[in-house]
Design a protein around this ligand. Structure first.
Ligand code: GLN
Length: 313
């Protein structure tokens, strides 16, 4: 621990946190249980390396928040493992949409969503996740994410309750997907399971370990457990690279250059394949629904530590 405190990486993260703390732009996501307004000053950064070192900075590095859209790549990985790439591709395409997260981005003839990172694609993916081995689908999702994080995670029921009450657009998307046959069973089941997975509580540390599990090619670097196969990891990271940051994907690819995913809960996750996973928590969001400080932290770290794919090579 003392060694970690003195390491150049630790010092760098501490300094960066201080610097980026000065940014006060953006507004937190407005949907949350009564009395649970997100703290706009909460800030945490976590870097997990492929050899299992975990560095954290900020008082909120171990604060729990809702994973929201950062769940999408992980449920995509589970669907790929369950059904194989081809079967999943029949339901969800892998093209960048460059659209906002809740865009109705379906192919006009087939109804296939553009990719698994936007809500339409995520709903189609969740619909493919069925129960099995004596476990319900939601249970399988929680168990899978827990193995990725190396810690028992759980869904916050009160977050889920407010999400479901504010789900008209996702509801509409689920029914539209059903009308095209992309969702082949009850669309409200997919909607509920999607919102349950969005309501999963994670910390910055959890997300960094989940990201690092993608960096290693599927082995959790802290627990040593093999969680995802390499084909699925490759696919997930590719789609994150082109579509993880929605309509900000091009600017992100240029200024950060890492596959990444943001969530309206204030989390940002980025992956440096073969090296490290990075996560930031800060609730105020930009117009794309990504954390303002999260994006800035990733930009600066990418530059300072040469994490952009062009430099990291
Ligand atoms: N639960 C949110 C939704 O589906 C997640 C969106 C997000 O994080 N971008 O609308």
């Amino acid at each position: 621990y003392a060694e970690a405190m003195e390491s150049p990486i630790q010092r760098h993260l501490d300094d960066l946190l201080q610097d980026v703390s000065r940014i006060t732009d953006g507004r937190p996501y407005s949907v949350h249980p009564p009395g649970r307004d997100p703290d706009p000053d909460a800030f945490g950064i976590c870097l997990a390396t492929v050899d299992g070192h975990v560095y954290t900075a900020g008082a909120a590095a171990d604060t729990e928040f809702s994973i929201h859209s950062i769940s999408k790549p992980f449920s995509y990985a589970l669907a790929l493992a369950d059904h194989g790439l081809d079967a999943v591709d029949e339901k969800v395409d892998l093209e960048p949409s460059g659209d906002p997260f809740n865009e109705i981005s379906l192919s006009p003839d087939s109804g296939r969503p553009a990719n698994a990172m936007i809500n339409a694609g995520a709903l189609a993916v969740v619909a493919m996740l069925k129960g099995g081995g004596g476990k319900s689908a939601p249970r399988r999702i929680v168990d899978f994410y827990s193995r990725l994080a190396g810690r028992r995670l759980s869904v916050d029921q009160s977050v889920y309750d407010v999400e479901i009450r504010n789900s008209d657009r996702n509801h509409a998307l689920a029914y539209l997907l059903s009308s095209f046959g992309i969702i082949d069973d009850d669309p409200t089941r997919a909607l509920k399971n999607y919102l349950r997975q969005c309501s999963m509580q994670v910390t910055c540390r959890d997300l960094a370990v989940m990201a690092a599990t993608l960096s290693t090619g599927g082995t959790n670097p802290v627990t040593g457990e093999d969680v995802i196969d390499i084909e699925s990891v490759e696919r997930v990271l590719s789609v994150m690279m082109t579509s993880g940051m929605y309509d900000d994907a091009g600017s992100w690819a240029s200024s950060v250059g890492m596959p990444a995913k943001s969530g309206v809960g204030g989390g940002t996750l980025a992956v440096l394949p073969g090296q490290a996973g990075l996560a930031v928590y800060s609730p105020p969001l930009d117009r794309h629904g990504s954390s303002v400080r999260g994006v800035e932290t990733c930009r600066r770290l990418s530059r300072d530590m040469e994490m952009h794919f062009v430099r990291a090579a």
